[in-house]
Ligand binder design. Structure first.
Ligand code: IMP
Length: 436
């Protein structure tokens, strides 16, 4: 295992997720952010749900970088994030209520970040309905349509809120969006209460305005002066728009490419890319999932692991750890370090399976060569069974004090993935972390 401790990290580090999201990045970012100078959220929007539990309570963030609890770190929402202003405002209010200061000293918002507006949410839902049985199972948070507008170089951005002619820009956009939604065939209202939306935006603008700025120079200054920068991705690499299982993907880039787009920092200058994965696999939304368990083990993982979507509350699909998919995610995501979370969920399992290979059309794969739907649908997983440990691991503080069978499970995963495991998590609290 690696001798360098994640607790004392240096340089620029990036925390990503090698599979389908929901692997516990929030906890790892919160831990590492204690040492960060700058914490940058790199992609996605309020489709994400990052849970952080610490001395201030439990927080479920959709947009706020999980580093906000370090009073001396600056948190940044980058150009490539899409921002629902109401959600962001709610998160700021809940933090202030918990006694955490949120000002332009510790939160910077890119003026280039696109705004998720009510019409994006409507378009997301209209599209999903029109897909019938081919639904993607989006989070319904307007993410795809906002990124589509961004690609089309239209839509509102955070910086527009500061412009003298904002009302004019807003009205033009509203007229266009109402026409578009009319064409898409909305059965209910295709028109919006302009005054109500504007009133809400102005209310939010009063709080956000001091934080809206050009963030790239801040990121680069920190990078040039070798400050500790921590990137925080949303979603997971197998949901990457280009490298995931299209079309059952999100509309942004959760891996190292997304970090580069968000920060302008070249991948070769990133000291470490930490992939966070649970001891098992989950997926929400539609799309093939080779190791999915539809039996009592799947239910047990869901209940013990509280596997219900942070954003939508949907039950997550649960399955055994999938090494070929993980290896694909690690490669595409650019990961060279691993954090293994939720080991404790297996504490009472008599045995634990790991999918060590894929069998497809008579061939065996140790690394998924692709993760498109056609390929993944044909996979027959090859399992290896390891004995369970039947002991509570929650209070364990060091690797050598873990039950032997748990150690063997961790070492086996590391061996199969060929990436050092540097952190094992045995519970949601900061203290339930074993640095290796
Ligand atoms: P969208 O990002 O809402 O457009 O959803 C596209 C796909 O990505 C759906 O399958 C969602 O369930 C999935 N997805 C989006 N965000 C997350 C996340 O943060 N965790 C897990 N899955 C997500």
């Amino acid at each position: 295992m690696s001798s360098e401790n994640l607790k004392y990290w240096e340089g620029t580090n990036f925390v990503t997720d090698p599979t389908w999201g929901d692997n516990g990045k929030g906890k790892v970012v919160d831990l590492m952010a204690q040492r960060a100078h700058l914490v940058v959220r790199t992609n996605g929007g309020s489709n994400a749900g990052h849970t952080v539990r610490n001395e201030y309570g439990e927080f479920k963030f959709h947009l706020m970088p999980s580093g906000i609890f370090n009073p001396s770190a600056i948190c940044v929402i980058s150009d490539t994030v899409v921002v629902n202003p109401t959600t962001l405002m709610e998160e700021i209010v809940s933090l202030r209520k918990a006694g955490i200061e949120v000002t332009n000293k510790n939160l910077l918002l890119s003026k280039n970040a696109h705004l998720v507006m009510p019409w994006h949410i409507k378009r997301d839902n209209l599209r999903e309905t029109s897909r019938g049985s081919e639904q993607i199972g989006t989070t319904g948070r307007g993410i795809g349509p906002t990124y589509a507008d961004r690609t089309e170089r239209v839509g509102l951005r955070l910086g527009d809120l500061l412009k003298d002619n904002f009302i004019e820009i807003f009205e033009k956009e509203l007229v266009f969006q109402e026409k578009l939604i009319g064409i898409m065939g909305a059965s209910d209202n295709a028109s919006y209460d302009k005054d109500k939306i504007l009133e809400e935006l102005f209310r939010i603008r009063d709080t956000l305005a001091p934080m809206i700025t050009t963030v790239l120079p801040v990121i680069w200054e920190h990078h040039a002066s070798k400050k500790r920068i921590l990137g925080e991705a949303g979603q997971g690499v197998l949901l990457d728009l280009d490298r995931g299982g299209y079309p059952n993907v999100t509309s942004s880039h959760p891996g190292i490419a997304g970090f580069n787009l968000a920060t302008g920092i070249p991948p070769k200058e990133v000291t470490r890319v930490i992939a966070v994965t649970k001891a098992y696999t989950t997926r929400v939304g539609a799309g093939p999932f080779p190791t999915e368990l539809t039996d009592k083990f799947g239910d047990e993982i869901r209940v013990k692991g509280s596997e219900f979507g942070t954003t939508t509350g949907r039950p997550r699909r649960c399955g055994w750890l999938d090494i070929p998919a993980l290896r694909h995610g690690l490669r595409v995501g650019g990961a060279n370090s691993l954090a293994l979370t939720k080991i404790d969920i297996f504490d009472s399992f008599p045995q634990v399976n790991i999918c060590v290979g894929y069998r497809v059309d008579g061939r065996e794969y140790l690394l998924a060569p692709r993760v498109d739907n056609d390929f993944l649908r044909k996979v027959e997983p090859v399992y290896e069974t390891l004995p369970g440990w039947n002991k509570v691991t929650k209070e364990v503080k060091s690797f050598r004090n873990l039950p032997e069978a748990a150690q063997n499970f961790i070492l086996r995963v590391q061996y199969l993935l060929k990436v050092p495991i540097e952190l094992v998590s045995v519970g949601p609290d900061r203290e339930s972390s074993i640095y290796i």
